[in-house]
Ligand binder design. Structure first.
Ligand code: HEC
Length: 157
């Protein structure tokens, strides 16, 4: 184990001890920076899956690859909504493109995430039929849900 890892673990231990001593927090929530890093990594995974889909659908699609990418987007979309707890916006001081509107207009944000999952599930279904035109149309529908959420809730978009 490296010296910095030991230092990090020691810091974690101290934080846990401090939490255990505190009356207000029963469970140690992950830090804002951990949560933000996780959701960014998940969005990157979604971006890579969209890229793979675009490549597949520009030629004769490999059904298995389309299925895999569609399932990745659906599964990732299902966890993303939980990675935007209060306190993980720009005011956290952590670098994030998440706009404060997420927390002032939460219902709309959650609805956008649900829409993404619904459309990604439909892409899984379209891939299962093996019909390239259906996959193509559904790929566009999924992409539309990414864009509409980004427009309202992500900076620089
Ligand atoms: C419900 C809203 C919502 C939906 C739907 C959504 N995104 Fe995002 N996306 C965000 C927000 C908010 C951020 C900024 C996250 C941050 O910086 O903390 C983001 C960031 C990203 C990033 C940048 C991640 C990074 O490294 O900083 C990528 C890539 C991305 N999204 C791709 C996608 C793709 C592809 C889809 C659709 C398959 C999608 N997103 C659907 C809200 C959404």
């Amino acid at each position: 184990m490296t010296r910095s890892k030991i230092a990090a673990l020691t810091a974690l231990g101290l934080a846990a001890a401090a939490m255990a001593g505190g009356a207000t927090l029963a469970v140690a929530a992950p830090s804002a920076s951990t949560t933000i890093a996780t959701r960014k990594a998940n969005f990157k995974k979604m971006g890579a899956a969209m890229k793979a889909l675009k490549g597949e659908l520009s030629g004769t699609p490999d059904k298995a690859k389309v299925l895999e990418a569609a399932k990745t987007i659906a599964a990732t979309g299902r966890v993303q909504g939980q990675l935007f707890p209060a306190g993980t916006g720009p005011s956290s001081g952590v670098e994030t493109d998440a706009l404060p509107a997420i927390w002032t207009n939460r219902a709309a944000f959650d609805a956008d995430m649900t829409k993404l999952v619904t459309e990604a599930d439909k892409l899984v279904a379209a891939a299962n039929t093996g019909n390239a035109a259906a996959m193509q149309a559904q790929f566009k529908a999924v992409g539309g849900t990414c864009g509409s959420c980004h427009k309202q809730f992500r900076a620089d978009d």
